[in-house]
Design a protein around this ligand. Structure first.
Ligand SMILES: [Mg+2]
Length: 232
């Protein structure tokens, strides 16, 4: 079945987020230390964050240990705010070749062969909106969804776009860097999946069958060829 809908992830698929994420992590970690977090707790936090897991989820997993070190709930939430604030103050760059891929999709969209959607997950929509604006990405997509369902991942949003567009799952291709999120949920829904090895999640190893992408690419530039081979 020919692909009719392309769903993109944002962070570390189109925009290089990992470098800034690491800086934000260091700042938030320093803050926790200043508030009394013990070195052993911080090492556990490093482990969790580098496994890799989002800052929000990592710090929530370590909450009990942080409270034992004497930190208050407010300190933990303040560290999340510090982490998020850093994401909009750092210098962002697009992933090499991402702009060219988006430009390359323009004609396919014009001819009605495909639709494109951006689905990005964040606790803080402001951060994602800032990134989208910074690189004027709206013009490349038929719709943009800033999904806030961190616990259940992107599955709900992915399925919504499939159904709204009256498509079969095989007519949807999803490209992203996270095997534990967009790749897993798209696989479970029966969609086509492309993993891009970019950023801190590129070291993640699939644990379950559904975390295995159908295709893996090192450069996003390779995505255009993959897509064109799957068009009707
Ligand atoms: Mg991502």
């Amino acid at each position: 079945m020919a692909v009719k809908l392309v769903i993109f992830d944002l962070d570390d698929t189109l925009i290089k987020t990992s470098a800034i994420t690491k800086e934000c992590y260091a700042t938030a970690r320093d803050y926790l230390k200043e508030k009394g977090a013990k070195e052993s707790t911080l090492l556990h936090l490093d482990e969790k964050f580098n496994s890799p897991v989002s800052y929000h989820k990592s710090v929530k997993k370590l909450e009990e240990e942080l409270y034992r070190d004497g930190l208050k709930k407010d300190d933990v939430y303040r560290s999340i705010d510090i982490f998020n604030a850093g994401q909009v103050s750092g210098k962002l760059e697009m992933v090499d070749g991402a702009k060219e891929v988006l430009e390359g999709l323009k004609d396919l969209r014009k001819s009605g062969k495909i639709k494109t959607v951006l689905v990005t997950s964040s606790k803080d929509a402001k951060v994602q909106n800032y990134k989208i604006k910074q690189f004027s990405l709206s013009k490349y997509f038929d719709d943009i969804c800033i999904d806030n369902y961190q616990e259940c991942g992107k599955g709900v949003a992915l399925e919504k776009y499939q159904i709204d567009n009256k498509l079969q799952p095989e007519e949807v291709i999803v490209i992203g860097d996270k095997i534990s999120d967009e790749i897993k949920y798209a696989n479970l829904l029966g969609m086509k999946t492309v993993r891009i090895l970019e950023g801190r999640h590129s070291v993640a190893i699939p644990k379950k069958g559904e975390e295995h992408p159908q295709i893996e690419i090192e450069k996003i530039a390779d995505f255009l060829k993959i897509l064109k081979e799957r068009l009707g």
